[in-house]
Design a protein around this ligand. Structure first.
Ligand code: ATP
Length: 424
């Protein structure tokens, strides 16, 4: 068993070292604890030489008591039980380099059916490591004083890190938990690793089990991909492995979309806003395909607005090529299309006259407002009610088309359009 204590000290941030040392001391103080290990992504990243993210600790024995003691020792608020036998400490107020510490009770897991919640049983660290997704994520380093720094690596993840490969533990892994298909793509691309041949074959054979995942779980995995720096490469890999079509039959990302996404990445212009990103990714889907994708992701109401918006815009956009179109007509066509969809069309759509209209709409037309407001209309004797909105709309359209150019002209227009019989 190699000793990696150097990784716990010289190679870890001072904040991580504080946590590891607190774990070591608390394992002595708590009689109910038989072993404490730092596990998962932290070990993987330390071995690779990458900056680790949040800390995962696995405890043989009393994880609940241990988590409470650890939170108090590092000055964090009390842990919360986030899942069965898992306790989360929020460290965002205490540390700068990581936001949470997850403390799990070492356990084994079995799945009664695909994508179900696992049946859980407390176990040794070896079994806890072997229930995990990939060999490279299945290493633990002991934080107990007697074995401080000892590497626990029951599936030889260390060798897979050296070989730069992502490998599952057994043939049923993706069937048990289809989210691992998405995780595999994330890790391979993020770490610059490839799948071992069997794992790749298993992914190809298992993609239909993505159907067993709820919309919320698929959306969460998809969003995790979008949050990654290398998300474009990850989406490419998902497209190549037919994973997008497995999410929803019509879901695909076109070559032009990828080309634009790549060039935005190169120029550090990837939008922060998810609506913009989703519009760029799904540009080109038909009405039905867009509706199916949004339904499959089971998003909150606003989640798929720009996906649906793309398809809606595609239906209307040819009208924008007419050269006799007035600004007010452009406004009428576009006012209920999400701006993200319009921006996506500007990036990916064909270079036709419509592009000038889209630009005018985004840059000027949508900001034009009349000088008068509802109060001005009340003042000239137009009564309160929906008629105010109607007349304001007429004035706004006239303003857009430069048929009125001053407040005075706006008021005259309003007066002339007000049906006198409506005054009581
Ligand atoms: P990241 O760097 O993306 O945060 P991580 O490896 O820390 O990666 P988490 O999602 O925080 O990943 O999960 C922590 C650990 O829990 C993983 O390293 C892995 O060992 C295990 N794990 C997470 N999700 C699964 C899963 N679906 N199936 C099996 N093991 C999992």
């Amino acid at each position: 068993m190699p000793n990696l204590s150097q990784l716990l000290t010289s190679y870890s941030s001072l904040e991580s070292q504080r946590v590891f040392e607190a774990c070591r001391d608390l394992a002595v103080e708590n009689d109910g604890v038989n072993g404490v290990y730092v596990v998962g992504g932290v070990v993987r990243d330390l071995v690779i030489g990458r900056e680790p993210g949040d800390i995962d600790i696995s405890v043989e024995g009393d994880a609940a008591g241990f988590a409470t003691m650890l939170a108090s020792r590092i000055g964090a608020t009390a842990p919360v039980e986030s899942q069965f036998l898992t306790f989360k400490i929020d460290t965002s107020d205490v540390f700068e380099t990581f936001a949470t510490i997850d403390i799990v009770t070492a356990r084994s897991e079995t799945y009664s059916e695909s994508a179900s919640l696992p049946d859980v049983e407390t176990s040794s660290i070896e079994a806890d490591l072997l229930r995990r997704d990939f060999t490279v994520n299945s290493m633990g380093i002991s934080l107990s004083v007697e074995t401080w720094g000892a590497l626990f690596d029951p599936s030889n993840g260390f060798a897979d890190i050296l070989r730069k490969r992502i490998k599952v533990h057994h043939d049923g892994s993706f069937l048990d938990d289809p989210t691992r298909i998405f995780r595999a793509i994330r890790y391979a691309s993020r770490l610059g690793f490839s799948f071992d041949a069997r794992t790749e074959q298993l992914i190809e054979n298992s993609i239909e089990v993505i159907d067993n995942l709820s919309g919320d779980r698929v959306r969460r995995e998809f969003e995790l991909i979008l949050n990654e720096l290398g998300f474009v490469e990850m989406l490419k890999s998902a497209e190549e492995l037919d994973i997008l079509a497995a999410i929803s039959p019509g879901f695909r990302i076109g070559a032009k979309n990828f080309q634009i996404l790549e060039s935005l990445t190169e120029n550090h212009q990837i939008p922060n806003d998810n609506q913009d990103l989703l519009a760029l990714i799904t540009f080109g889907l038909s009405d039905d395909e867009a509706a199916q994708v949004v339904a499959r992701f089971n998003g909150p109401l606003d989640w798929g607005e720009s996906i649906i918006g793309n398809a809606e815009l595609a239906k209307r956009v040819t009208v924008l090529d007419r050269d006799d179109l007035l600004p007010s007509e452009v406004e009428e066509l576009l006012h209920d299309v999400p701006e993200a969809s319009i921006r996506a069309y500007q990036q990916i759509g064909p270079p036709l006259p419509r592009q000038k209209r889209l630009k005018d709409y985004l840059e000027t037309i949508r900001f034009v407002t009349p000088e008068i407001n509802g109060d001005d209309l009340l003042e000239i004797g137009i009564p309160q009610g929906p008629i105010i909105g109607e007349i304001m709309d007429i004035v706004r359209r006239a303003r857009l088309d430069s048929k009125v150019v001053s407040k005075q002209e706006e008021l005259e227009l309003a007066r002339s359009r007000f049906p006198g019989f409506l005054t009581s």
